[in-house]
Design a protein around this ligand. Structure first.
Ligand SMILES: C[S@@+](CC[C@H](N)C(=O)[O-])C[C@H]1O[C@@H](n2cnc3c(N)ncnc32)[C@H](O)[C@@H]1O
Length: 250
């Protein structure tokens, strides 16, 4: 097992990474949703819509349960219950109490607190029984988890047979021209926006650097296969800015 990892471009002991990540999301929680819109110019909505289409919750009364790991303020869960029928329920699992608190407030405000529930949980050790969810998602969360292999194994464990795993994550821009523009934007505009809107550029510098460190889509697809998922596939969106990975528990 590796004993160290990266926090942005810094080499840190594996056990320290989680505390540093927690500090990032503690700082940004209240402004997280606004910053998502600003930094992606609203594009995160289209990426999340693609994820929810792939989840494809039933439009009927049939029971359907989603677990959204590293679900933060609950975006994927709210979108999934809106897309599904009256039997659709979602559980947001996240390690950060501040992100969960913002999510709970959103659920209360929308009268959805009985269909979207929030659980304090580490992706590396999920507090749910085997085979207990119809779908498991993780959006822009896996690259923050220190032990990705453990998290993938846990998400496979809690998925029922025939259930689908979906992961949305930033990827590698490989369109000539767009790559240079994206680089410029990521390393200059994103931290500057962080300073202006959230009062601190550092968390956003970490987020940008962690994207660079994340495995390429083919390598990550292999990790998903190794965790036991079948029919593993992925597609990139917006010139490679993000990739949507899919696997089934069969
Ligand atoms: C970029 S946010 C994504 C939030 C949400 N999925 C979305 O798409 O808006 C990353 C989330 O991962 C959570 N996180 C980081 N490490 C985690 C871990 N080990 N277990 C569970 N959640 C974790 C953070 O607290 C944060 O809420």
């Amino acid at each position: 097992m590796p004993t160290d990892t990266h926090f942005g471009y810094r080499q840190v002991p594996l056990d320290e990474k989680q505390a540093l990540v927690d500090d990032v999301f503690h700082k940004v929680a209240r402004r997280y949703d606004l910053m998502n819109d600003l930094m992606s110019a609203g594009l995160h909505r289209a990426w999340k819509d693609a994820l929810v289409s792939a989840i494809n919750p039933p439009k009927t009364e049939r029971d359907f349960t989603l677990l959204d790991v590293a679900g933060g303020t609950g975006d994927i869960s709210f979108r999934t219950v809106a897309a599904g029928g009256t039997g659709t329920r979602a559980t947001v699992a996240d390690i950060n109490a501040d992100m969960l608190a913002v999510g709970r407030e959103r659920a209360f405000a929308q009268g959805l607190d009985d269909v979207v529930t929030f659980v304090d949980a580490n992706a590396e050790s999920l507090p749910f029984p085997d085979r207990s969810f119809d779908a498991v998602t993780i959006a822009f969360g896996i690259r923050n988890v220190p032990r990705i292999e453990l998290a993938l194994a846990e998400m496979q464990r809690v998925l029922r047979l025939g259930g689908r795993f979906l992961c949305l994550e930033f990827s590698n821009v490989d369109v000539p021209g767009l790559d240079a523009l994206y680089e410029l934007y990521s390393f200059n505009v994103v931290p500057a926006l962080g300073r202006i809107v959230a009062g601190d550029a550092e968390p956003y510098r970490y987020l940008v650097e962690s994207i660079r460190r994340f495995p390429k889509p083919d390598t990550f697809a292999d990790m998903i296969r190794t965790a036991g998922f079948r029919r593993v596939s992925h597609r990139v969106m917006s010139g490679g800015i993000v990739a949507l990975h899919s696997g089934w528990r069969l």
